[in-house]
Write a protein that binds this ligand. Structure first.
Ligand SMILES: NC(=O)c1ccc[n+]([C@@H]2O[C@H](COP(=O)([O-])OP(=O)(O)OC[C@H]3O[C@@H](n4cnc5c(N)ncnc54)[C@H](OP(=O)(O)O)[C@@H]3O)[C@@H](O)[C@H]2O)c1
Length: 289
């Protein structure tokens, strides 16, 4: 009998790539959405769409009934730890046998961002839960570049506060491939991985790669942390979101993210995609449309 997997964060960056591949691999996917009217495409792909909210324990319990596994993804937010607890407790009560959790790079009690300090609490709660688990702590998503589409199109520039810091950033397609591999093969139990891309590059190099692909000069403009704060506040992310972006920028500028791992290859058997592959396949179409 095929396994049933509850996927949270189902409309998000990672899950929207994982769900179709799980279905292709013969899994029953139960995709949890706050607003089920966003679930038409997921239904067409073959997912069962259920309504739920991380803050609604009753619905979480109902949605986990009969599920074998969970892919738990919560967005960065100040309530992430209690949301993580709610999913985990509902999974325990439902007798779920495997739990895959998306955490954050460098999750630790002394992490440079509140996001990392909240994620470690959920990671530890899962590790002590008695449920078999895998935790992924991915590097900076290449797909975060989509926030700069307009400025690249209009000005040939993008603005970030990471100085010349190098990052082993990762294509979300590789995180999704890791999730699918872990959930379908049943390997990697009780392990924590830090998936990264294959190279660590500064954003000046990223700009060069984007420019050479679209045939137009593209420049990275490093900005002070106060400009990062203002830009994030202007985007409506609020004070907590602005502070974590300031803290991440500061950490990356100081070289905190300057490393790569072989974790994508260890999990999927394939090399992680390069930034150039990301630009060729995913990013450049958004810049020329
Ligand atoms: N971005 C990075 O560079 C990076 C790097 C490493 C780790 N991470 C981690 O990756 C995770 C985010 O993954 P992602 O980017 O795939 O997700 P995402 O695109 O941020 O999507 C978040 C998902 O959560 C859903 N959601 C929000 N609040 C909810 C609630 N109260 N109840 C139920 N669902 C709710 C959203 O649904 P709606 O459609 O209803 O809004 C959406 O599907 C975070 O934990 C972050 O720390 C990110």
């Amino acid at each position: 009998m095929s396994k049933t997997i509850l996927v949270t964060g189902a409309t998000g960056n990672i899950a929207s790539l994982v769900i179709p591949d799980l279905i292709k691999n013969g899994m029953n996917v139960r995709a949890m959405l706050r607003d089920v009217s966003k679930g038409e495409a997921l239904k067409e792909q073959g997912a069962e769409v259920v309504e739920g909210d991380f803050d609604d324990k009753q619905k979480l319990g109902n949605n986990l009934e009969g599920a074998d596994s969970v892919l738990a993804i919560t967005p960065p937010n100040p309530n992430a730890t209690s949301q993580g607890s709610n999913i985990l407790n509902a999974a325990k009560e439902a007798g779920v046998s495997f739990y895959l959790r998306i955490s954050a790079l460098g999750a630790a009690a002394d992490a440079p961002t509140d996001n990392g300090r909240l994620h470690i609490q959920s990671d530890e709660e899962l590790m002590n839960s008695g449920i078999a688990y895998t935790i992924l702590r991915p590097h900076f998503f290449m797909q975060n570049m989509f926030a700069s589409v307009d400025s690249i199109k209009n000005e040939g520039k993008f603005y970030m506060g990471m100085g010349e810091g190098k990052l082993g950033m990762i294509d979300v397609r590789d995180i999704a491939d890791c999730c699918v591999s872990i959930l379908t093969n049943g390997d990697h139990k009780n392990k924590i991985y830090t998936p990264t891309g294959p190279e660590s590059i500064p954003f000046s190099k990223a700009a060069e790669i984007i420019g050479s692909t679209i045939g137009k000069e593209v420049n990275y403009v490093p900005v002070p942390l106060e400009a990062v704060r203002k830009a994030i506040l202007d985007m409506g992310w609020g004070e907590w979101g602005a502070q974590i972006m300031v803290d991440y920028s500061n950490a990356y500028a100081s070289g905190w993210g300057d490393f790569t791992t072989n974790d994508v290859e260890t999990i999927t058997g394939k090399m992680a995609r390069s930034f150039r592959q990301f630009v060729d396949d995913v990013f450049s179409p958004a810049l020329v449309s």
